[in-house]
Design a protein around this ligand. Sequence first.
Ligand code: PBG
Length: 341
Amino acid sequence: MNHSDRTEDFKLDLGRRPRRLRRTAALRAMTRETWLRREDLIAPLFVVDGSGKKEPVGSMPGVFRRNVTDLVEECRQLADLGVRAVALFPSIDPGLKDETGSESTNPDGLVLRAVRSIKDAVPEIAVITDVALDPYTSHGHDGLLNDAGDNVLNDETVERLCAMAGLQAAAGVDIVAPSDMMDGRVGAIRECLDELGYTDTAIMAYSAKFASAYYGPFREAVGSASAAGTTQLDKKTYQLNPGNRREAIADALLDEEEGADFLMVKPAGPYLDIIRELREATSLPMAAYQVSGEYAQIHAAAKLGWLDYERSRDESLLAIKRAGSDLILTYFAREIAESLG
Ligand code: PBG
């Protein structure tokens, strides 16, 4: 028999036909399992000193370094769009960077001034600040180096992070986010915050942060690559090996034991298995960070006409939620909030 003769009347004897529920838009909406909500979004924002115009970040179309005034305005607009939280990252004047990142504990530093201004003008938005030294060090590493300059010191760095977190809490942040993958930092920061009376300042731990190639555009944005004179900054002695799943889960659970309020996986899209496994191992709220390189690659492919921009953007975020993350740090936050209407 000729194949084309029987296309309409050939019938399989099937008890179940999963396509039944995909037949119409109504049925598809009724059976949809995962939704992105405004409340899921955390917008990472870059802040720079001075009163200059907002500076575009080359490899991140639509992302800017903003002065404090413009940053506050952006937070106002985000809050009006229903975004509940922002995560701040400073681009520090290269003249203020040194070997030990001493600017990180300047009581009148850029991030602290930014936090106070946001809390004054947009008190309803939750502010998350990074607790790590890399925006402040002349070598671009997240911690203090040993004398030989070939290793990042763990415990001495953690002491510094505690001081930073204390200043951030005093400035009014809602959540501090230690992002450097040093050992013992969550417990030490919790103890220090409690001693200072900041028992209500929460900790979002960058619990499973991988030594990833996808951080490249971010390092341009905060200038940690240019400070170090290389885009190939090697953080393998503190960030996780991208091939290690068991180690990632074990390390993340240490953060929970030490008192973290949120656990985070970073990057997000290439690490969906880690998100899922950690989701099943913890009852804490979880975040995932769709990092700069994930954002850049969608933009780049769309610009070449190789991917549909909005559809690949939306799918990338839906996949992160489906994997089990409650919250997503994403540079798409604003436009997603806008598109949710
Ligand atoms: C480091 C830090 C990094 C990011 C946030 N905090 C990158 C790094 O390890 O150099 C990356 C975020 C992104 O790529 O969007 N404290």
